[in-house]
Design a protein around this ligand. Sequence first.
Ligand code: ADP
Ligand code: MG
Length: 704
Amino acid sequence: MATRTARPASAVGTDPGITPVGALPGVGPALAASLARLGLERVQDLWFHLPLRYEDKTRITAIADLRVGERAQVEGVVEAVERGFRYRPQLKVAIGDASRQTLLLRFFHFNRAQAEQLLPGTRLLCYGEVRHGAQGLEMVHPNYQRLSGDVAAAVDELLSPVYPTTEGLGTKRLAGVIGKALALLPPAAQLELIPPELCARHGLTSLRDALLYVHRPPPDAHLGQLMLGQHPAQQRLAFEELLTQHLSLKRMRAALRRRHAPKLEGSGALRQPLLAGLPFRLTAAQQRVSREVERDLARSRPMLRLVQGDVGSGKTVVAALAALAAVESGHQVALMAPTELLAEQHLHNFRHWLQPLGVEVEWLAGKVTGKARKQALARVAEGAPVVVGTHALMQEGVAFARLGLVIVDEQHRFGVQQRLALRDKGKDGEMVPHQLVLTATPIPRTLAMSAYADLDVSSIDELPPGRTPVQTIAISNARRIEVIERIHAACGEGRQVYWVCTLIEESEQLRAQAAEVAHAELSAALAGFKVGLIHGRMKPKEKQAVMDAFKSGALAVLVATTVIEVGVDVPNASLMVIENSERLGLAQLHQLRGRVGRGAVASNCVLLYQPPLGQLARERLQVMRDTNDGFRIAEKDLELRGPGEVLGTRQTGQLSFRIADLTRDAHLLPAVQQVGEHMLAEHPRQTGQLIERWIGGAARYAHA
Ligand code: ADP
Ligand code: MG
């Protein structure tokens, strides 16, 4: 410790940004370790560690003026204290102020010393979120300090930034270190990495000023604007962050372009008989996209292509054609799907199409274990031509002999990392396999420009002929009996019906139970018709047997959980009822609805909802009634829910920005793209520095 404090100021080098945080005064090894856990290793990491939100402790609010949901600072005197143990220990402290109202402070975690200090008559200054409690307004675990005697409470002069932090590192301490780092900010011109002419052209203000502003908003700052992320300083930073993301993806793309991939030209010897044997002709869109894919595969540069097409547009056959091009060229193909049911459907389709051509299809999912797994792995290692499976394909121990093409269905459920992991299975020196990504969720333009900047995109923008659009209606659950009568009538006409149970937050077990209850209800109500049940807790064989029975028409009704969301294909099913539809996102509803409307008969979708409907839910259901166009639905979904949800990346954390928000900041994207092109072409050094600055050590992208 002594050596550290004695360290001369020159420990901070000429480029303060890349100096280790340990060189800052007062930052010892323990603090440096906490900072490292947040990815904060160099001084510039601290500059760009931006506040999540702000607390306004510049004024005191009278208890009478508190509003539920808001965060506020209150000064009051303890009137009563109660310690309860009913469900778990808790400490309740009632405070009152000059407005003659009472506020309850509630603590679930507290120590004895703390409890002993909070005696009636103690003056407190506290800050927290105001909630509705059983006994009126309350704050749970507010920050507080005791005020001594009758000294007036000292309020802050500035808004306090709240930083993302980690256990053992308090916000105040972190803010202190960031303050020290900010003292080392170089002059504006030196900090700027976007060339001045581009800043001027796009009206970008000083980065230095923007950083200082967001870290320390002045007393007259507009809190509302700051909270919404719409202050020009925040927009300046959001611009730079979006730019960096864009540049990083483009670079990854360029790095991939420099790699080699096997040329998969093929002879057509397998594709021709496949096409000849299909009971339909490819649509013009399928033909065009297939040609685009074939052209890519025939090159010695790795393909990275996204094929987007609405549900039912016929992506599977396009994937099968690509697979055969690889097999014709003597290479292996891996097809990965996000759920077992979908993977099984692909297995089924591929075996149906490829086995008659003498092409074997291997199966690798989590449930394939023991001897079967060993044998499958051995065949894959020896060069089995086609392997279909789930994420089990990426696990250790899976090795390919000559992997030439990786096909990933429903990409948005996998993160970029997972996609890369599978691709790396085929890495052989500088050789990497081609990648084809299929998605039914059309990527709105704004996202295509950012999140997917590393992919080429082909669209199957046409449905096979003879499809009739699905008529959709929303019906209150109060009219459930009528809906069941309607199902009865439909079954009488020989139609097949899906009944989808949707419990979202709960466990797979609870979902299965809900489906069992609905199954019992419908079985009783639909005497004379067979009702089947499928859910995620069933074994693959059982699921397949139920699907086969439904496909063959032996079952009139299929009660299902959302396991049927993707890929399930039964053309004769023409009525779908979705329970609790108000709780699902638009993209998911559209996916589900896509299971009907696959044949020539008119199809219907009934969205059952639990009244009363909120405004947002009402809007969502209205969109579903208004359109069958997946593209419009995706745009609307983005608008109503934000991109994390649309992309399904909440779990993978793939698109986590510090300050940018793709929905709020979409208007910046055209300029981001223009500046990006310029920088990639003419300012490679600054491009690298920007990536280093914003993504830094976490830039796994950069090494892809
Ligand atoms: P998705 O794009 O949703 O994956 P699928 O590939 O599952 O769609 O195709 C949906 C259905 O349409 C399947 O039954 C498939 O055999 C059929 N199909 C695909 N292409 C055509 C076509 N050109 N004409 C008629 N039916 C087609
Ligand atoms: Mg599909």
